[in-house]
Each structure stands twice: as structure tokens, then as C-alpha cells.
Design a protein. Structure first.
Length: 300
């Protein structure tokens, strides 16, 4: 078994736990932006410490980075913030497992991004897999017991948030891979840690400025919620380190595809932690979307 596989599985588990904790914060204490800020402010100091310790003990020292590194890292950091905001806001519209499924449309959207931005050719069988995934997304987009025409039910805020989160995470994953690979010196873990340390520090600054400007007092609420928010930070650090390492070792599409096991984790947590039930239509959407992702990986 290649090393990136267990690393990705660990990333998916840690990320599912983080979203579970963030949902609890969102439901009981904090705003959407405050819940998002919690994952950065508590993880950034830990990541910086781990990166410094590893660089020192391994003798690799201070890295040499280019302007390309900053461009990739900043774009990845900004789009990750936007994607996380969308996911947290989505929890107010759909349940936990379905919210995570919407987020995982990043695998399908990454293929479209590659075609539009990089000219990557998509085979007809792979295009068929994408269209199958679209069916799954439409099933998930139709709220239970909704009123009105089918088009009105599908074109809702939950759909927009879910698809936007997938789009943003598709951009951020590729940005992080580009940033890590632009560091020419050091081993895989070193490059992943340096990239993660910069990104989490940058994201903390951006979110701090936003909250001071737009949500006065929210930072203090995040600090007062340190018991749960601190766990969010720890889970975020563990998950992000695994994701960044896997992105450095393997193509983002394959890493994200294997990360679909997060769907199973979210179903288990949604059922046993939040007591959520998934209706027949949503089960169909989950299964169809998952099948399309598997087909896309096999055929691409």
C-alpha cells in the first residue's frame, strides 16, 4: 500500500470530526464566520511550532520559497476559507451527512476546473460519470416535503452553498499542491508543514481582520468557547497536515477521490451523534453521487 493512502484516510476522519465539532459550535454559540475562525486561530500556533520543530530536528532549516509559492498558497487559503464558510452555512439548511456530500462535489468540479483552466481533456466515459453525479446532486438538492415546482425546489440556497463549497475546495486543493511542489528543497513532510504553517497563519490574519471589521465581539466568543473550539483546532491541524502531505505525494484528484470515505464517516456521525435520519431520496442521491465519483476515478 502506498503511503498516501493511509494518510488520506486519516485526513478524511479528522476532517469529519472537525466538521462535527464545527456544527456544534454553529448550532449553539458562534456565527458562521466565528465557527470558521475557530479552526484557524487554534491550529495556526500549533502548526507553526510543529513546522519549526521538524525543520530544526531534521536539519532542513528555513526554506527557500518563490513568488509562485505565495501565489498558490494565498489562492488556496482564500478559497478554503470561502469553502469552509459555505459548508458551515449549509448545515443550517440540510443535515450533516448531506452537507458533507455537497462539499464532496469538489471531485466532480475539479475535473471541470481542469478542463476549463488547464485544457485537460475529459473522455466521454468520464463525462458520463460526471453527468451521473449531476443526477445525484439534483436529488440531494430537492428538499424533503418542499412545496412548489421541481425547478424552484432544486434552485435553492442549499444547492448554491453546496456547489460553491465544492468549487472552492477544488481550487484550494490544487493551490496547496502547487505551493508544496514549488518548494524545491526538503522532504515531503517538510514541504507540507511549511505550506500549512504559512497558509494557516495567513488565514488567521484574514479572518481576524474580517471579524474585527464585520462582527465585533465574535473573536471573544470564539475564545470563550475554547473547550470545543480548541478541539476544532486540533482536528483541523491533524486533518490539514494529512491533506497537505497527501497532496504533495499524489495528484489532488486521486486524493480527493479516496477522501470520499468521509461520506461514510459523516453518515455514522450524523446517525449516532446527531440522531439524524436520511430519507429515501437523499439515500439515492448519496449512492448515485458516490458511484459517479468512483467511475470518474476509474475512467479518467
Amino acid at each position: 500500500m502506498e503511503l498516501w493512502i493511509p494518510i488520506t484516510l486519516g485526513a478524511a476522519l479528522a476532517q469529519t470530526l472537525r466538521f462535527m465539532l464545527q456544527k456544534q459550535l454553529k448550532a449553539t454559540q458562534l456565527s458562521t464566520a466565528g465557527t470558521t475562525f475557530a479552526r484557524f486561530v487554534y491550529s495556526a500556533p500549533l502548526v507553526a511550532l510543529v513546522a519549526w520543530a521538524y525543520a530544526t530536528m531534521s536539519g532542513q532549516g528555513v526554506p527557500t520559497v518563490s513568488t509562485q509559492f505565495y501565489a498558490y498558497a494565498v489562492s488556496g487559503g482564500v478559497t478554503q476559507i470561502l469553502g469552509t464558510l459555505c459548508v458551515v452555512a449549509l448545515f443550517m439548511h440540510r443535515n450533516f451527512a448531506v452537507g458533507i456530500t455537497f462539499k464532496k462535489t469538489e471531485v466532480l468540479l475539479s475535473a471541470l476546473i481542469g478542463f476549463a483552466a488547464l485544457g485537460d481533456v475529459i473522455s466521454l466515459p468520464a463525462l458520463g460519470a460526471i453527468l451521473i453525479g449531476l443526477v445525484g446532486v439534483l436529488l440531494l438538492s430537492d428538499p424533503p416535503r418542499a412545496q412548489g415546482t421541481w425547478l424552484k425546489r432544486v434552485l435553492n440556497k442549499g444547492t448554491a452553498l453546496g456547489l460553491m463549497s465544492g468549487l472552492m475546495f477544488g481550487f484550494s486543493g490544487n493551490g496547496y499542491r502547487g505551493a508544496s511542489l514549488s518548494i524545491v528543497d526538503g522532504d515531503v513532510l517538510y514541504r507540507a508543514l511549511i505550506t500549512l504553517a504559512f497558509v494557516t497563519g495567513f488565514q488567521t490574519v484574514i479572518m481576524t481582520v474580517w471579524l474585527v471589521w464585520r462582527e465585533s465581539g465574535e473573536i471573544m466568543r470564539v475564545l470563550r468557547a475554547w473547550r470545543v473550539a480548541g478541539l476544532v483546532g486540533l482536528a483541523s491541524m491533524a486533518g490539514s497536515l494529512c491533506w497537505f502531505t497527501a497532496f504533495t505525494m499524489q495528484n489532488v484528484a486521486y486524493v480527493n477521490a479516496l477522501g470520499q470515505i468521509e461520506l461514510l464517516f459523516s453518515l455514522i456521525i450524523g446517525a449516532f451523534v446527531f440522531g439524524e435520519k436520511i430519507g429515501p431520496r437523499e439515500w439515492q442521491g448519496l449512492l448515485i453521487l458516490t458511484a459517479s465519483i468512483v467511475l470518474l476515478v476509474l475512467l479518467a
